[in-house]
Design a protein around this ligand. Structure first.
Ligand code: COA
Ligand code: AMP
Length: 627
């Protein structure tokens, strides 16, 4: 039996023994005596009576072990020209003071703190400071508009918000404070205080009495110690797009998360403790939570926090420059980032300028790694490239090539095999197992391994109805795919209304709600169409109310502006086409899949349930006149 098979079967047959063994690798305040039980909702919970603190594991523990002078975090910011290194001692001391700063505002264990910050070290420190207090952070991606922030504030009900005066995108400074003010104004929940970190590029006005100058508060703060929490206490809430306009608050616990993070660093990424790990993502996404902040620090590595883009900051050599400069062992990003590099540097000329000897493996996730991108990165970098599949809900990879256990041959288009702890099955609509190579719902047999969500924040029914009730005993991932004859998993895309734009998960349902709210629109459909660079882009089809006369271009501009204002620039909603009617089934369901197939120029079969087949011509006609 191969090393992978051994571990996989151990985790499958004896999950409690397997995870008890993995739990030995973290420093508990009190080791759990129970490894797995179920909570009042009947959901599996890991290490329920263990006591720990995730900030302790990420920082203090390493200082205690004599590794305090090792570099914990490197901030590299081509957009500001700054490069700063923080040792574990420095990080611990600063985080302890930020925790003190929060405690002075009354933040305690279980309180929520919303963090809306750009990619600066203080964003990671703010997260760790919450963890230190046992407070629950909810980081909101800086590319989201005030409305999205307001929705999250209303749901999480934070005592405090932490922000900065601005974010910096390519060639533009984005003021954050006015967006926070607007979000608070629009939200029914009001936080008691807002910490604002002033950046030299743009100072924010601190007008309201709840505003606190971060730097001043920091000066006056007393360091705070780590507060022990139960393994099952929440570490954070991270909102992610679902099928409706309201995002889902994925809850992550402390204990299961820490154990899974630690295990993944060895099993999946094969990282040495003193290695350098770089997840080129954003702290606003799950990749940033797990692999910029928590996992590398819990493992004792150096993590890189990069405030820049793969291209234009200043050129498509940025990734390779950082890899050389800091001897990065593992680079992790989304395929879209490499497609952007490939577009600007197809021959890999920039890459050739850098010494990538230290770089061992390139990992990709966030969207399917398309074979041409895989091939390009492999052939230019001469490094192993690993696709791995996961979700906000799990916090770590469900399937991948576990390079720390055994590197398996790569099959282009496949995320390789289930990681030990996950039982991946492909089910048909009746919940029956599909044969190899037959596509179906990608489902995970319960119990789910540590780190997977136990609930949706304050909405357990949504967890049950959205993930668990379709197939009893299984978690439904929302992705479609198949297992081949060798047990390799191929993820073929979402089967719900979620799309993936430049590795960012967005809801077309939410966009439809916004577009449909325009006074001229009777009904609409938004679908994700293929895009060479970003993987998918949203495209709207709208039907006007009877008697409404508008200029199509002006309407398109208004709809684009509306989505940008309400979701944010990151939605990349740029086009809306007017049609006479939308293709529907006889029962009135919009045929979004068929619309997308037509827009992508794919072969499609006219659904037998279609009400009026000529409505399909409407779609083609609109696309034709657009191009
Ligand atoms: N704060 C404010 N605005 C932001 C933002 C942030 N943190 N991130 C993105 N935006 C804005 C951009 O400025 C852009 O605005 P514009 O329409 O006014 O130009 C818009 O949102 C779209 O951004 P993006 O999708 O990032 O497009 P881009 O053309 O600037 O860059 C890529 C394209 C592929 C280079 C970029 O998306 C990328 O690096 N992706 C990596 C993927 C990734 O990190 N995924 C996370 C999961 S692993
Ligand atoms: P997020 O929760 O933002 O991480 O997005 C999760 C979704 O992104 C998954 O449900 C998939 O649809 C998609 N995804 C992430 N990684 C991969 C991958 N390696 N291959 C295919 N799809 C992926």
């Amino acid at each position: 039996m191969s090393a992978y098979q051994q571990q996989y079967q151990w985790a499958q047959n004896e999950p409690e023994q397997f995870w008890q063994a993995q739990a030995q690798h973290i420093d508990w305040f009190e080791k759990p005596s129970t490894i797995l039980n179920t909570d009042e909702n009947g959901i599996e919970r890991w290490f329920p009576d263990g006591l720990l603190n995730t900030c302790w594991l990420a920082l203090d523990y390493h200082c205690e072990q004599g590794r305090g002078d090792n570099t914990a975090l490197i901030y590299d910011s081509p957009v500001t020209g700054q490069k700063i290194r923080y040792s574990y001692h420095e990080m611990r001391d600063q985080v302890a003071k930020i925790a003190g700063m929060l405690a002075a505002q009354g933040v305690e264990k279980g309180d929520r703190v919303v963090i809306y910050m750009p990619m600066i070290p203080e964003a990671a420190m703010a997260m760790l400071a919450c963890a230190r207090l046992g407070a629950i952070h909810s980081v909101v991606f800086g590319g989201f508009a005030p409305n999205e922030l307001a929705v999250r504030i209303e749901d999480a009900e934070p005592k405090v918000i932490m922000t900065a005066s601005c974010g910096i995108e390519v060639n533009k400074v984005i003021p954050y404070k006015p967006m926070v003010d607007k979000a608070i104004m629009d939200s029914r929940w009001k936080p008691e205080s807002v910490f604002v970190l002033q950046r030299p590029q743009l100072q924010a006005e601190l007008g309201s009495e709840r505003d606190i100058d971060w730097q001043q508060a920091y000066q006056n703060a007393l360091p705070h110690a780590c507060v022990p929490v139960l393994s099952t206490d929440p570490l954070y809430i991270l909102y992610t797009s679902g099928t409706t306009g309201k995002p889902k608050g994925v809850v992550r616990d402390n204990g299961g998360h820490a154990v899974a993070m630690k295990y993944s660093m060895s099993a999946i990424y094969n990282m040495p403790q003193d290695g350098v790990f770089w997840a080129a993502s954003d702290v606003g996404w799950v990749v940033g939570h797990s692999y910029i902040v928590y996992a590398p620090l819990i493992h004792g590595c150096t993590t890189i926090l990069f405030e820049g883009k793969p291209v234009r900051t200043p050129d498509p050599g940025a990734f390779w420059r950082v890899c050389e400069e800091y001897n990065v062992d593992v680079l992790f990003s989304a395929p879209t980032a490499f497609r952007a590099i490939k577009k600007e540097d197809p021959e890999g000329k920039f890459l050739e300028q850098y010494d990538l000897t230290a770089l061992k493996t390139i990992f990709m996730a966030g969207e399917r790694l398309d074979p041409p991108t895989l091939e390009w990165v492999e052939s230019k970098s001469h490094k192993p490239v690993v696709d791995h599949w996961w979700q906000t809900e799990t916090g770590w990879a469900i399937a991948g090539n576990p390079t720390g256990i055994e590197s398996m041959p790569v099959k282009a288009g496949s995320a390789t095999k289930p990681i030990p702890g996950y039982q991946v099955e492909i089910l048909n609509e009746l919940g029956e197992a599909c044969a190899p190579n037959q596509q179906g719902f990608v489902a995970l047999k319960r119990p789910l391994p540590p780190s997977c969500l136990p609930t949706v924040w304050r909405n357990h029914d949504r967890f049950e109805s959205g993930y668990l009730s379709q197939f009893p005993g299984y978690y439904v991932s929302g992705d479609g795919g198949y297992l081949d004859d060798d047990g390799y998993l191929f993820i073929m895309g979402r089967i719900d209304d979620v799309i993936n734009v430049a590795g960012h998960r967005l809801s077309t349902g939410e966009m439809e709600e916004i577009v449909g709210g325009h006074p001229a629109i009777a009904e609409c459909a938004v679908v994700g169409v293929h895009d060479e660079l970003k993987g998918q882009l949203p495209l709207g089809f709208v039907v006007l109310k009877d008697g409404v006369k508008v200029d199509d271009l002006q309407l398109e501009g208004e709809l684009v502006g509306k989505v940008r204002d309400e979701i944010g620039a990151v939605a990349c909603f740029k086009h809306a086409l007017v049609v006479e009617r939308l293709p529907k089934t006889r029962s009135g369901k919009i045929l979004r899949r068929t619309i997308r197939q037509i827009a992508d120029g794919e072969q499609y079969t006219v659904p037998s349930t279609i009400d009026d087949p000529t409505s399909l011509d409407e779609i083609s006609k609109a696309l034709h006149s657009e191009s």
